[in-house]
Design a protein around this ligand. Structure first.
Ligand code: HEM
Ligand code: HEM
Length: 182
């Protein structure tokens, strides 16, 4: 099936994009802060872990929605003044961002499940999310590093992506305006 290019991003696509960007940019520093908190601040540590996991699970669910919207609605045509290599590079960045938006929370979930501390995962602080794998200190040691590396890559790539969007805007292209106002 050939998807006709749409004139701009739909309202739903724009809302999903900005909501997910905000969630990721909140979840990442929160992860670093909560891990660094001393155990004497146990209550705050626990609350931040639950909040972090809630934001991360929301990112995972929203990227599934965003991908399905993308698959039936497509995306607007690329700016015709962009050289082919830039279109290829931007597509590759978008695909990588989509992959990281799904894989980072998934590895986060496995990190939480294998953690020796056996802290439950409560979505929105009340809905228990079952841990489908048991605690395992060895796997936890590996997964927490992988989770941190993926999160770092996601934030770095997103910052580069945002920088380029702003540069295009400064050079009079409609790329950013289309994502802001449709
Ligand atoms: C964590 C932060 C962010 C993530 C994960 C992210 C991810 C994405 C993804 C996956 C797309 C492709 C959407 C699709 O094909 O359906 C996209 C498009 C876009 N993003 Fe972001 N983004 C982030 C932050 C930002 C920021 C801060 C800006 C601007 C300052 C921005 C500007 C744009 C623009 C203008 C597009 C449309 C590009 C085009 O028309 O080809 N993004 N973003
Ligand atoms: C896009 C989503 C996510 C981002 C950007 C993210 C980012 C981070 C970051 C930066 C850390 C700090 C790592 C460190 O300093 O060692 C962290 C830790 C952690 N995250 Fe996430 N995370 C996300 C989703 C999730 C999800 C969905 C879960 C679980 C359901 C989760 C569970 C954890 C746990 C348990 C830790 C602490 C690991 C430890 O104790 O060392 N994360 N996360």
């Amino acid at each position: 099936m050939v998807i006709e290019p749409q004139a701009s991003w739909s309202r739903l696509q724009r809302r999903l994009h900005w909501t997910m960007a905000a969630l990721v940019l909140l979840a990442a520093p929160m992860g670093v802060i909560m891990v660094g908190l001393p155990f004497r601040d146990l209550l705050l540590k626990f609350v931040l872990y639950q909040l972090h996991k809630t934001l991360g699970i929301a990112v995972f669910l929203l990227v599934l929605v965003q991908l399905s919207v993308h698959s039936w609605r497509g995306r607007p045509a690329w700016d015709s003044s962009l050289p082919a290599w830039q279109v290829r590079a931007a597509s590759a960045v978008h695909v990588t961002l989509f992959a990281l938006l799904a894989v980072t929370p998934f590895v986060g979930y496995l990190t939480a499940a294998t953690a020796p501390a056996k802290i439950p995962t409560l979505f929105l602080g009340v809905i228990p999310v079952p841990h489908l794998v048991g605690t395992d200190p060895v796997w936890f040691g590996v997964l927490r590093q992988v989770h941190l590396a993926l999160a770092g890559l996601l934030v770095l790539l997103a910052c580069g992506h945002a920088f380029i969007a702003v540069q295009h805007h400064r050079h009079g292209k409609a790329t950013l305006i289309r994502m802001l106002r449709g």
